[in-house]
Design a protein around this ligand. Structure first.
Ligand code: 4AD
Ligand code: MG
Length: 461
């Protein structure tokens, strides 16, 4: 069987010849003596028209097919210069592999994204999700390529962990204990010594701490895997299970980190513009008008830079327009992030040097002793897409900060060892993969860029 992608890409090899194609019926029209089937096979963002006639012995069977049926068609590929599509198949044989029914939910009309979420197992058969999930796949490939071309080592960090990297307490517990009959210590606490790992464990919120250990061995590494957060935020940008890319670079500071992030994002944008032309055109036309122009601009101009302190000064001047008023020390909300990147800078914007109290324990303290060498990358339409920092590489400063935050040294021995044995400046960041897919496709809801979304109150399929 040949793919529709191959027919389109190398049509001169196939026009005028007999071909066999397997695919699914998108629409069907028949009259007494002949009919048309439009099918797609998912390999390319175009459909293929099949003309069939009552000369076929199963003409009646074909005419009765419902949308969604799986068929294999054999016949002559003929050029159709006047038509919308460059060619069609004149069927010599149509084999019905699997029928469908009239109740098939994806009839030829537009469905809302909300409705399609309720049929997450069927939605990849629609144009929108064909485009989203092929582009998602290409972005993943481009990210690997960016790092591999630069000799970064891909590290598989564990999903089950005993530490809370971000210290936000948003972990999903992993346990084999009997919930109905929990073992208790003499003080009445749950006795995790009885649990599978002899300790309390959770699904990881970030691979960073493990990633850092490999950066101290390989210099440049990255992770790319699922992460989990039990954040109770029911927004269009939060998922409980999402994928994160976390590079970590040794002998590098915050400037190097931002250059890496900017280079990576531009590389990935150029990659999809080049390798998913049909899909990107579709997004530009039907999902987000202006997407292509915006991405071209992002790929060819420099990102903005502002410190947190400067950003607060800008935001305080227009405090009346915000639901959450800002003042120095507060965490930036999405409304503030979007104002900065959409209205003030109108491009991707690095915000740096946040107050230490709103950031994680591992970030390097700045000389002012109030802020840390952190950076968030904000983009129009979404807000934060990347969070990163230079890491605290000084043993005494790190343990002092951990003591302030009541973190137990014995839980982080492996991490502290990195500051004992050949410590050096190093930095890294985390790119939220789904937010990156949203940014590059113009899709507005995280639920529509991950195949089977897990969000508050929702773990279907
Ligand atoms: O800013 P975050 O929390 O940073 C870290 O986890 C660091 N350990 C990264 C590092 O320095 N290696 O998360 C990084 C990114 C965010 O910028 C956001 O894009 C994404 O992960 N993210 C989420 N995406 C979807 N749903 C959620 N609930 C997310 N939480 C964070
Ligand atoms: Mg963050």
């Amino acid at each position: 069987l040949i793919t529709i992608r191959e027919l389109y890409k190398n049509k001169e090899n196939y026009v005028g010849k007999e071909v066999s194609v397997g695919g699914w019926v998108r629409s069907i029209r028949d009259s007494k003596t002949f009919g048309f089937v439009v099918m797609n096979d998912g390999t390319f963002f175009e459909t293929l028209q099949i003309v069939y006639s009552d000369k076929l012995i199963n003409f009646a069977e074909i005419s009765k097919l419902n949308v969604g049926a799986a068929i294999i068609v054999k016949g002559l590929l003929v050029a159709t210069p006047e038509a919308k599509q460059p060619f069609e198949i004149q069927a010599a044989d149509v084999t019905v592999e699997g029928t469908s029914t009239a109740e098939y939910p994806l009839q030829k009309k537009r469905h809302s994204l909300e409705y399609l979420r309720t049929i997450a197992h069927l939605r990849p058969r629609t144009n929108t999700f064909q485009a989203v999930f092929r582009v998602r796949s290409l972005i993943a490939y481009a990210i690997h390529q960016y790092f591999q071309e630069r000799d970064f080592v891909y590290v598989h960090t564990p999903l089950i962990t005993g530490s809370d990297c971000e210290g936000a307490g948003e972990m999903f517990r992993v346990t084999t204990l009997d919930m109905e009959n929990l073992p208790r210590t003499t003080e009445g606490k749950v006795d995790y010594n009885e649990d599978f790992f002899n300790k309390e464990t959770s699904l990881t919120v970030s691979g960073q701490l493990n990633g850092e250990t490999y950066a101290m061995a390989f210099r440049n590494i990255y992770t790319f895997g699922p992460t989990f957060r039990a954040e109770n935020s029911n927004t269009t940008r939060h998922a409980a299970e999402f994928w994160m890319i976390e590079p970590e670079i040794a002998f590098a500071d915050l400037q190097d980190d931002m250059m890496l992030a900017e280079g990576m994002l531009k590389y990935v944008i150029n990659y999809v513009l080049e390798n998913a032309k049909e899909e990107m055109q579709f997004f530009n036309q039907f999902v987000d008008k202006g997407l292509l122009e915006r991405l071209h601009n992002v790929a060819t101009s420099e990102f903005g830079h502002v410190t947190y302190t400067e950003a607060i000064e800008i935001l305080e001047k227009v405090n009346d327009r915000f639901e959450y008023k800002v003042s120095w020390g507060c965490d930036l909300q999405t409304e503030h992030e979007r104002y900065l990147t959409e209205e003030v800078y109108k491009k991707p914007l690095f915000v740096t040097d946040y107050p230490k109290d709103i950031k994680a324990f591992y970030m390097k303290m700045n000389e002012d002793n109030k802020t840390v060498a952190a950076m968030d990358l904000l983009v129009p339409g979404i807000g934060e897409i990347i969070g990163g920092s230079q890491r605290e590489d000084d043993y005494a400063k790190l343990t002092a900060r951990m003591a302030e935050l009541d973190l137990k040294e014995e839980d982080y021995e492996f991490y502290l060892d990195l500051r004992k044995y050949g410590s050096t400046r190093h930095a890294g960041f985390g790119l939220g993969f789904e937010r990156c897919v949203m940014y590059l496709t113009g899709m507005a809801n995280i639920r529509d860029v991950i195949p089977f979304p897990r969000t508050v109150n929702n773990c279907e399929f």
